[in-house]
Design a protein around this ligand. Structure first.
Ligand code: NAD
Length: 489
């Protein structure tokens, strides 16, 4: 059993209080850099979900949060962002220890993005206007937005606080109350966020956190009759379950952000291959490739293939695999042993299928007990190989070649997913044509990126359902639209 460090946030947060799970049950959270137990986390059950939903329900039905003016919610959420910022070091360390995330990324990307997300949605909320529709004399017809109610957020382990903020920002700004269910591998930073919310003056019951297992806590939230909406980020298989849960319970709104098998196309007219190589390596290996929008398929024109491969391998050698708490670390461990085994299984399968391993491919630093895998590149991957079709969710890049832009677009779209894609081309016409033909929620041109706070993020096909995170689109998904039709006599 782990000796919980005093300061570790390990308990459920319900109605503004840190509480044990029913029966004081706990589960172990493991540091993937060492394989050792970090802490014992409250293991919530359906009974705890009932309590958390009741707290969120009461905060919604009777509490001040949905009744505040948008400007007051904005002020409170700005305070929340400021408190998160003041505690960024602690949150980043928790993310490095639980998720294996390089501390430089946690401090330089995840935490600033989390703060920016809360601020952006806070700032937006008192600028979104309701509508008066042209109903003619004698009537006043208004279309007003109202918060949907109790929103459950079921979260993944790859960007724990950032994904939480993508749900918290718009849902809270619009006046909803929430129950968060962190992934079982990464509970602590989300629990800490809820504690910080209380410190920032967010009323009790507005943010509740129920750590625990998906099949218990996630399912109970999905099936709960008093939950009005579930915002889920995770795998497509689990996302699908939430549609069943909703159908079998109260038809709650379901918003799914799921997996991806994202292509990066390098068109024949590209001149700056150094730029392409930088983005290709970054998009494949950043966050250990445990990133739904990582470009895991590099589709390169056959004329540029040899030169680009050399540049990519050269860069991959600079990605230091190490303890994520060290500043120089660029690649930390994978999230858990089972996941490492799955990623290494993909590597072995790709070798058997005839893909050519040109970099990495092994577990490293095994003596630490951690689950480290080298950045890995396979060349000569063909479209029917599992490596070209399945989401690996690890630092593994599959390189394929094409002859014509039409062939590249067909290959890129030959996937069940549709989350993100990138196109590199000198000609704007080629780039724009490709961008419009790619069936993906985000297409980056001559870069690898996901836009900024103002752009929606979500997927086509098996990558998503029901809405979009980020931007004003995220506000819409946490609101009901009400028509008020007044006969003015
Ligand atoms: P996962 O689907 O295993 O788990 C996600 C959440 O669902 C966790 O909180 C888990 O406890 C819960 N869950 C698991 N089984 C459940 C069940 N039977 N009923 C209810 N809830 C259940 O996903 P993961 O492994 O944590 O995350 C990786 C996946 O997330 C990848 O597929 C990745 O592409 C995806 N992802 C997508 C986005 C996006 O924005 N599209 C962002 C990040 C991650």
């Amino acid at each position: 059993m782990a000796e919980n460090k005093k300061s570790y946030p390990t308990k459920a947060v319900i109605g503004g209080r840190s509480v044990d799970a029913t029966g004081r049950k706990t589960f172990e959270t493991v540091n993937p850099s060492t394989g050792k137990v970090l802490a014992e986390i409250s293991e919530c059950t359906a009974a705890d979900v009932d309590k958390a939903v009741a707290a969120a329900r009461q905060a919604f039905d009777e509490g001040p949060w949905p009744r505040m003016s948008p400007a007051d919610r904005k002020t409170t959420l700005h305070r929340f962002a400021t408190v998160i910022e003041a505690n960024a070091d602690e949150l980043a360390e928790l993310e490095a220890m639980e998720a294996g995330k390089p501390i430089a990324d946690a401090l330089g990307i995840d935490l600033p993005e989390t703060v920016a997300t809360i601020r952006w949605h806070a700032e937006a909320v008192d600028k979104i206007c309701d509508k008066i529709t042209p109903s003619g004399p004698g009537t006043l017809s208004m279309v007003v937005r109202e918060p949907i109610g109790v929103v459950a957020a079921v979260l993944p382990w790859n960007f724990p606080v950032m994904m939480a903020s993508w749900k918290l920002g718009p849902a809270l700004a619009e006046g909803n109350t929430m129950v968060l269910k962190p992934a079982e591998q990464t509970s602590m930073s989300t629990i800490r966020l809820a504690e910080l919310a209380t410190e920032a003056g967010i009323p009790d019951g507005v943010i509740n956190v129920v750590p625990g297992f998906g099949e218990v806590v996630g399912k109970a939230l999905g099936e709960h009759m008093q939950v009005d909406c579930v915002g889920f980020t995770g795998s497509t298989d689990t996302g699908r379950l939430f549609l069943h849960y909703a159908a079998d319970s109260n038809l709650k709104r379901v918003l799914l952000e799921c997996g991806g098998k994202n292509p990066m196309i390098v068109m024949p007219d590209v001149e700056d291959l150094d730029l392409v190589a930088d983005h290709a390596v970054n998009s494949a290996f950043w966050n250990m490739g445990e990133n739904c929008s990582s470009n895991s398929r590099l589709l390169v024109h056959e004329g540029l293939h040899g030169e680009l491969i050399d540049l990519i391998v050269e860069r991959a050698q600079g990605w230091v695999v190490d303890d994520p708490l060290k500043a120089a670390c660029r690649v930390g461990p994978l999230i858990e042993k089972a996941h490492m085994d799955k990623v290494l299984g993909h590597v072995e399968q790709a070798k058997k299928d005839g893909a050519r391993l040109i970099h990495g491919g092994r577990r490293v630093l095994a003596e630490t007990g951690g689950y480290f895998v080298e950045p890995t590149i396979f060349d000569e991957v063909t479209p029917e190989m599992p490596l070209a079709r399945e989401e690996v969710f690890g630092p593994v890049l599959a390189v394929m070649t094409f002859r014509t832009p039409e062939e590249a677009i067909a290959m890129a779209n030959d996937t069940d997913y549709g989350l993100a894609a990138s196109v590199f081309a000198q000609s704007n016409k080629t780039a724009h044509n490709a961008a419009r033909q790619l069936r993906a929620g985000t297409v980056s041109v001559n870069c690898y990126g996901e836009g900024d706070q103002g752009t929606p993020f979500g997927g086509y096909k098996l990558s998503g359902f029901g809405g979009r995170d980020k931007s004003l689109a995220a506000h819409d998904q946490y609101c009901e639209l009400k028509t008020v039709w007044m006969d003015l006599g």
